[in-house]
Design a protein around this ligand. Structure first.
Ligand SMILES: Cc1cc2nc3c(=O)[nH]c(=O)nc-3n(C[C@H](O)[C@H](O)[C@H](O)COP(=O)(O)OP(=O)(O)OC[C@H]3O[C@@H](n4cnc5c(N)ncnc54)[C@H](O)[C@@H]3O)c2cc1C
Length: 466
């Protein structure tokens, strides 16, 4: 058995948070080992070879221009070119009517105003309600997360169509749960950052490669900086020694280190901390706090056709179970003879968790044909359904109180993961922020590795407080 020896830091978990922490620590000169239980990096942001389909599939992840930390990490790893950027959002109604939201010549926050006023999916009354609602997020979003977005919608007099055609696709798509289980704070953050702050902050970025391939350069960057990434190394327990060192047990090995960053999801973190609590006999309320986190599901439907079915790279689909259509063959610039590959995303897919795959597929195909009639005549070559039961956590009202800081009560032990206190919802940006905050805390300055926020532009330079 090899002796891993003393490490400056061990990062447990090679998801986006763990990788971000490892790169930051290595940049600061630390010796870092990452222990990951799975045979691949990326955590929930992964792709895999589907055995029956003989295709590599993933659940489409997107970023926005305001996700400055993950974009900085991508730039460091030299992978910015693998993100396809879009300024325009297309909203589609059944029957095919299109509404486009795109920046024009007016300064922020009015940069999308012309296209918004022209959008046929909304009546004038809906638009007035939306504009007055958005105006409430001009200066920022509430610091307090106790109010639900459901309560906000009724308090601000939003019309049914404004809800169905604007607030719902954006909020459910971004926060992955119903209005009752999303706080105004995080919904407001989405609108402030991506619709009002500036045109660049609201740009939509779509990885143009399967996620594991997309994230591989970050692992390579970490390795170039001297980080050891040990896959298939599930950590069974951590223990604090009397010398204030840490023992980390993984795959029959015991690693000794002065610092540990636990970059695992909340369920795994709870398990690992539970062992720690009994080993050192400390009291913590963290254990109960973990039970406040609700995992929320996302289901994706993957369709391969023998020819063209759609004429756009992506679209928000209105009045359906499907939130978003991604034409992956177009985003990845496939040659025409390869046919087309679409992914349909069903956010907050609680009901789909109970449904069989055939049922989900049949219903998704019927809905898709309402928007893209060519799907009726094209030959469906193969299809797959991917259910992710624990895709994100819901930013339920009042959750902030239970999201732990990256610094813990145990010297030398830090937490990372999208669910820790980051001021972001469950996203890759939140994950990178958490990893960088944990690495910064370990080095004595939590903000040391953080990227600056996306600058406000136009009138927002004076209006925005955030
Ligand atoms: C279907 C889907 C769609 C999504 N869409 C988007 C999107 O469009 N945009 C966006 O920004 N985000 C999206 N997300 C959310 C995003 O994937 C997560 O927020 C982010 O990846 C979380 O990263 P993390 O490192 O905090 O956690 P994780 O990815 O959960 O990483 C934790 C890692 O720890 C490892 N681990 C756990 N226990 C142990 C142990 N005992 N020992 C060793 N290793 C361990 C796990 O294997 C895992 O690799 C989506 C997620 C899903 C599933």
């Amino acid at each position: 058995m090899s002796d891993p020896g003393n490490q400056d830091a061990i990062v447990i978990g090679a998801g986006v948070a763990g990788l971000a922490a490892a790169v930051a620590l290595a940049d600061a000169g630390a010796t870092v080992t990452v222990l990951e239980r799975r045979p691949y990096i990326g955590g929930r942001a992964y792709s895999y070879e589907h055995p029956a389909l003989s295709e590599t599939i993933d659940s489409q992840h997107v970023v926005l221009g305001c996700c400055t930390n993950i974009l900085d990490l991508c730039r460091q790893a030299g992978m910015s070119d693998t993100i396809r950027w879009y300024d325009e959002l297309t909203f589609l109604e059944p029957g095919g009517r299109r509404s486009l939201l795109r920046p024009g010549n007016l300064p922020a926050p009015a940069h999308q105003a012309i296209s918004f006023l022209r959008a046929p999916m909304l009546s004038l009354r809906d638009k007035v309600a939306i504009a007055s609602g958005l105006a409430r997020f001009l200066h920022g979003y509430p610091a307090n997360d106790t109010e639900s977005f459901a309560s906000w919608l009724s308090r601000t007099g939003q019309t049914q169509r404004a809800i169905r055609h604007f607030w719902e696709p954006v909020v459910v798509g971004a926060l992955n749960d119903g209005f009752e289980r999303c706080s105004v704070k995080y919904a407001g953050k989405v609108f402030h950052e991506s619709f009002l702050r500036s045109a660049p902050a609201g740009r939509l970025g779509i990885p143009a490669a399967p996620l594991s391939e997309f994230f591989a350069p970050i692992a390579e960057l970490a390795r170039r900086k001297g980080v050891a990434i040990n896959l298939k190394s599930g950590v069974e327990g951590i223990e604090q020694t009397s010398e204030k060192n840490w023992l980390v047990k993984a795959g029959g090995e015991v690693y000794t280190t002065s610092s540990v960053i636990l970059a695992t999801d909340f369920r795994q973190t709870k398990n690992l901390l539970a062992g720690l609590k009994s080993s050192i006999g400390r009291n913590t309320t963290l254990n109960e706090d973990f039970d406040k986190f609700i995992p929320a599901p996302i289901t994706t439907v993957h369709l391969w056709y023998d020819g063209d079915v759609v004429d756009i790279d992506h679209a928000v689909l209105l009045d359906t179970r499907i939130q978003w259509m991604f034409a992956k063959s177009r985003i990845r610039r496939w040659a025409a003879e390869r046919g087309s590959y679409l992914e349909l995303v069903i956010s907050a897919s609680w009901s789909e968790l109970e449904m069989g795959r055939e049922q989900i597929l049949t219903s998704a195909l019927q809905e898709l044909e309402l928007f893209f009639p060519a799907a009726k005549t094209a030959k469906l070559v193969k299809s797959g359904v991917l259910k992710e039961a624990r895709a994100t956590f819901s930013v339920i009202p009042g959750l902030d109180r239970f999201r732990p800081n990256q610094t813990t009560e145990w010297p030398g032990l830090y937490l990372a993961g999208d669910w820790t206190a980051t001021e972001w919802p469950s996203t890759m940006e939140g994950a990178v922020r958490s990893g960088r905050l944990a690495a910064g805390a370990l080095m004595g300055n939590p903000d040391r590795f953080m990227s600056p926020e996306a600058p406000a532009q136009g009138l927002m330079r004076w209006l925005s407080r955030q």
